[in-house]
Write a protein that binds this ligand. Structure first.
Ligand code: NDP
Length: 475
């Protein structure tokens, strides 16, 4: 079914603004024109920042109104869930089954954030060594927030920024990934319908190097909340100086399959999660470490399951693996795999490309120095290596510049207690793959995977200023 062309304006200062230049977005599977959105120029971005500053200074957005708006958007998203899922599948290339899950999760994220509006409390500081002073804290909105988002979760990763920012009482300017901006613009329609006050949400569509840069340079923005590549994350931190940023960056996440685990169950789940959204998930399973004693059993089942994955049209509910975001990305990964082969790696399945589709690929005989092992591959490619002792496996996982999440399959109770302290990551998943996230949990990495945590109740702590109040009781 060919969807009709979507034409969108920008949501700035509570108005829908049309500009001369438009940004074209294509269906990532058929390459047909999918939408045309007005593009923000310097003046538009300036207007968006000005409106946000004005809203922050002049418009009261009380916690109970924030709660109502956030709950309403969740309801609207649920009502229009299929339309949003189709959009994500078409402009993002995400298989429709996964796109539906993303929409349901986004509605949940709004609800979780709504609950946080009731918990924004300060505290009384115990006064055990100072006479005549009463000390307490209040939490106030930090100010204008810029949300810069990636293509791979075009709805939920926008919601993970917008919902906590609004719950904390901050105006937010969204700069969505250009490749998947339609979903964000449509979300703005729901936010407007839900009654978000003028100036509290704006959307500026345009490239990172122009619109994004302008946002980074503007000193009126108090906080940046970013999900994307480590390169851009580092650039943001460097550019904004002492202002704050929450940075959710990439990884080459690992999962350990220990000899005492249910090997068949681990192999089945890993085959699914290594290739979900064509591997374009920051916690996608990229490196699997299997204890040598069970490696043959694991490999047999794992390869059987990978061979069953259906590759193709994201709108087909049977599809497991759709296209990558661009043909250039599929070509990049093709060259990385070829390079690894030349260096001695063995491709057991996949390794083929058709346009922007890259077939699920399993590689062994990998070692440090190969891009498919060291870098974030962000594609349907997984490496499998073996280890002897758990100490060796932990060393393998930690020997990475990244540290987002890791998974381990084991039935050893003592090990499950110890391993969170031993792995250098922001999250450890026991008896599941590293590719697990639920929206209320604290989520974020260490090392080159970024800093700060998402998950509304954690994100919100970065989006409020804690003001200390000292009352002199003796005057
Ligand atoms: P990019 O870093 O390329 O882009 C992310 C966003 O940053 C886009 O909106 C982009 O704009 C913008 N941007 C680019 N350059 C600048 C700049 N100079 N100043 C300001 N903004 C800029 O990432 P992708 O969209 O390709 O997403 C993939 C990456 O995101 C992977 O590394 C992945 O691991 C990471 N990611 C991390 C997650 C986490 O939670 N840790 C979750 C999901 C993804 P535009 O594209 O429009 O030019």
């Amino acid at each position: 079914m060919k969807a009709s062309l979507i034409k969108e304006k920008l949501f700035i200062a509570g108005e829908w603004v049309e500009t001369d230049q438009t940004h074209k977005i294509y269906n990532k599977y058929t390459n047909e024109l999918f939408s045309e959105i007005s593009m923000a120029d310097e003046e538009i971005v300036e207007g968006a920042i000005g409106a946000a500053v004005k809203a922050h200074k002049q418009t009261v957005f009380a916690p109970e109104s924030r709660y109502t708006v956030l709950m309403r958007v969740a309801d609207f998203l649920n009502e229009q869930s299929e339309a949003f899922a189709q959009m994500i599948a078409e402009e993002g290339g995400k298989p429709i089954t996964d796109a539906r899950i993303e929409v349901a999760r986004s509605a949940a994220t709004f609800r979780i954030a709504a609950d946080e509006t009731k918990k924004l409390v300060g505290e009384i500081i115990p006064n055990y060594n100072v006479q005549g002073r009463f000390l307490y804290t209040v939490k106030k909105p930090i100010g204008v927030v810029a949300a810069i988002t990636p293509f791979n979760f075009p709805l939920n990763l926008v919601v993970h920024k917008v919902a906590p920012a609004l719950a904390a009482g901050n105006p937010v300017i969204i700069k969505p990934a250009s490749d998947t901006a339609t979903v964000t613009v449509k979300l703005c329609e729901l936010l407007e319908k839900a009654g978000v006050p003028k100036g509290y949400v704006q959307c500026v569509v345009g490239s990172g190097s122009t619109v994004g840069e302008q946002l980074l340079q503007d000193q009126r923005i108090a906080h940046y909340t970013f999900t994307g590549s480590p390169e851009v994350g580092k650039h943001i931190q460097k550019t904004i100086g002492l202002r704050k940023a929450t940075l959710e960056l990439g990884s080459n996440s690992a999962t350990i399959v220990h000899g005492d685990a249910d090997i068949e169950k681990a192999a089945t789940k890993l085959a699914k999660m290594a290739f979900a959204h064509a591997g374009q998930i920051c916690i996608s399973v990229q490196r699997i470490f299997v204890q040598a004693s069970v490696q043959d059993r694991f490999m047999e089942k794992f390869l059987q399951e990978v061979a069953l994955l259906k590759v193709g049209d994201p709108l087909d509910p049977e599809t497991n693996v759709g296209p990558m975001i661009a043909e250039s990305e599929a070509k990049r990964v093709e060259s990385w795999v070829k390079e690894a082969e030349l260096e001695g790696a063995k491709v057991l399945i996949g390794g083929k490309r058709a346009g922007s589709i890259f077939y699920p690929t399993v590689i062994t005989n990998v070692r440090k120095g190969m891009k498919v092992f060291d870098e974030e591959v962000f594609a349907p490619v997984v490496t499998v290596s073996s280890y002897n002792s758990i100490e060796e496996a932990i060393e393998f996982v930690n020997d990475s510049k990244y540290g987002l999440q890791a998974g381990i399959y084991t039935t050893d109770l003592k090990l499950t207690y110890q391993i969170p302290y031993l792995l250098e990551v922001g999250g450890v998943v026991i008896n599941d793959t590293c590719c697990y996230r639920t929206d209320q949990m604290p989520y974020g990495g260490v090392k080159d995977s970024g800093n700060g945590k998402e998950g509304p109740s954690y994100a919100i702590q970065e989006l409020v200023e804690t003001v200390t109040v000292v009352v002199n009781l003796e005057e």
